[in-house]
Design a protein around this ligand. Structure first.
Ligand code: COA
Length: 170
């Protein structure tokens, strides 16, 4: 098993995985065209050349990204593959310079195992505007918000950056 960035030939397998869980109401549906157009956001878990899982990292500005469409094929649940994919997505988020990642999920326990904390979903206002505003289920939605910090912005003190004020001699 290994994770890698998604390629055009993975679109069909990703779409089928998402479709499967969207039909159960566990993931938001995504069309093949949308997946294709946003392929650079996806990572896949590959088992012997077969796609066993997927996850997407959606940008919400330079500091914040959403982890969405995380899915492992049904036959492979509970073996740590979801955790592996989530950690890969968090590493990718760090590489891309994001500071925090969030998810809106019914599987909060899965995220809490990997260092996420719960937050009031209403604090994720951009997400609500983007995906929840037009949702027919919005009023009775039971999804939870979870967030994790993936990187700490380095703070360079002037003295360490060689920009300290000159010492005045008397
Ligand atoms: C969520 C998902 C990606 C986890 O993948 P996985 O390979 O089974 O996860 P791991 O083996 O790494 O971790 C298993 C642990 O995660 C937690 N977990 C897994 N699925 C969970 C769920 N639906 N709800 C709450 N916790 C869950 C459990 O604590 C589980 O521990 P257990 O085996 O002791 O019960 C997988 O169940 C999946 O594809 N689900 C359908 C799509 C989905 O619901 N995605 C999340 C919505 S954002």
């Amino acid at each position: 098993m290994r994770t890698r960035r998604a390629r055009a030939e993975d679109v069909e397998a990703i779409a089928r995985l998402i479709e499967h869980y969207a039909a159960e109401g566990l993931l938001l549906a995504r069309s093949r065209d949308e997946i294709h157009a946003r392929l650079d956001r996806f990572l896949v878990l590959v088992d012997d050349a077969k796609i066993a899982g997927c996850v997407a990292l959606e940008s919400y500005g330079p500091d914040l990204a959403e982890i969405r469409s995380i899915a492992i094929e049904p036959a492979a649940h509970g073996k740590g593959h979801g955790g592996r994919l989530l950690r890969a997505a968090m590493r990718e988020a760090r590489r891309r310079g994001y500071v925090r990642v969030f998810a809106v999920t019914h599987a909060a326990d899965f995220f809490l195992r990997h260092g996420f904390e719960t937050v009031d979903r209403r604090t994720l206002s951009e997400k609500i505007e983007r995906d929840c505003a037009g949702c027919a289920q919005a009023a009775k939605c039971r999804l939870m918000g979870v967030v994790a910090t993936v990187a700490v912005r380095p703070m360079i003190l002037p003295v360490l950056a060689g920009e300290a004020l000159p010492v005045l001699s008397s």
